[in-house]
Design a binder for this molecule. Structure first.
Ligand code: C2E
Ligand code: MG
Ligand code: MG
Ligand code: MG
Length: 295
């Protein structure tokens, strides 16, 4: 019957799915054009030591300065890029741009590290370590120890053996490896056990609510304990208030990052912010004036 036929047709032609694919294809063309037109840029968010408020580095966070839609955050375009032919080119652009910034800062007299977010597909791409190796080779002035690769434990690193090999290669090049959004994936402990990591980042979702939620607080405390047992420094994201910083310090957390220190800022603002921060740190007024006290 016609009805039956219609039902069968559903299997090879779903108009919604087709429309979705078409949209995705168009978005990818737009993103690829944006990459050519240099519409992407990196914002930077400071990471500091809780012990003395010393700045350790900046996390690079991608933004798209869209000619019509304004400044877009990664959540608005990275899902489209994920698992597409653009994931590697965009990832390489981020690597190159972030490493270039480290040199720019160095030339301005600041020894500042950078943390770079790496997508799972990019990490698992056979070109990944080689790309870094040749970049470092052609930029001998760049100290690889200033670069941390932030790997998401929640993404498709199922083949932990391959991931582990790549990360080992990167560490041999002198780079640092951090486990991002720790605790949000299904296999956090497996990754911690198998992957060669230098530091752990506690996901902001736990930190944001830990002051009101006893479960979240217990998780934050346990991750800090775990990191200490693994002799790895631990950084808490999502530090929005002084109270967050106080509690994290009492728990023995090493580093923090969050709106309470600074929101992500464009590259042009970084050096001014850094000077301001260093002035506050060393002057009598103390870092209390910036919101986070080293009490
Ligand atoms: P992430 O790596 O966990 O980065 C932290 C996110 O939390 C950033 O969002 C940052 O702006 C936000 N954040 C920082 N401090 C606070 C705070 O105190 N409170 C709150 N509520 N949020 C805070 P953003 O920039 O939108 O990035 C979202 C995610 O997109 C990142 O999470 C990362 O997984 C991904 N991402 C960003 N840039 C890149 C990139 O260049 N490459 C790749 N592969 N992924 C990226
Ligand atoms: Mg990150
Ligand atoms: Mg994170
Ligand atoms: Mg995140």
């Amino acid at each position: 019957s016609a009805k039956e036929k219609g039902r069968n047709q559903f299997h090879f032609f779903d108009p919604d799915l087709d429309e979705h694919r078409k949209q995705k294809r168009e978005q990818l063309i737009e993103i690829s054009r944006a990459l050519e037109n240099e519409e992407f840029c990196l914002y930077f968010q400071p990471q500091i030591l809780l012990s003395d408020n010393q700045l350790t580095g900046m996390e690079a966070l991608i933004r798209w300065q869209h000619p019509q839609r304004g400044l877009l955050s990664p959540g608005q375009f990275l899902p489209t890029v994920e698992n597409s032919y653009l994931e590697v080119p965009l990832g390489q652009w981020v690597l190159k741009e972030a490493m270039h910034q480290v040199n720019t800062w160095k030339e301005a007299g600041h020894q500042l590290g950078v943390s770079i977010n790496i997508s799972a597909q990019h990490l698992m791409d056979r070109t990944f370590a080689g790309y870094l190796e040749s970049y470092l080779h052609s930029h001998p002035e760049l100290d690889p120890g200033l670069i941390t690769l932030e790997v998401l434990e929640s993404t498709a690193l199922e083949d932990t053996k391959q991931a582990s090999n790549v990360l080992t290669h990167c560490r041999e090049l002198g780079l640092q490896v951090g486990l991002d959004d720790f605790g949000t994936g299904f296999s956090s402990l497996t990754y911690l056990r198998t992957l060669p990591v230098d530091m752990i980042k506690i996901d902001q979702s736990f930190v944001l609510n830990m002051l009101d939620n006893a479960n979240d607080r217990a998780i934050v405390e346990s991750v800090i304990f775990l990191a200490q047992r693994f002799s790895r420094p631990v950084l808490a994201e999502g530090v929005e208030t002084l109270e967050h910083a106080r509690v994290l310090r009492s728990m023995g957390c090493d580093q923090i990052q969050g709106y309470g220190i600074a929101r992500p800022m464009p590259a042009e603002e970084v050096l001014t912010w850094v000077s301001g921060w260093q002035q506050k740190r060393t002057s009598g007024s103390g870092p209390e004036s910036s919101g986070i006290a080293a009490s």
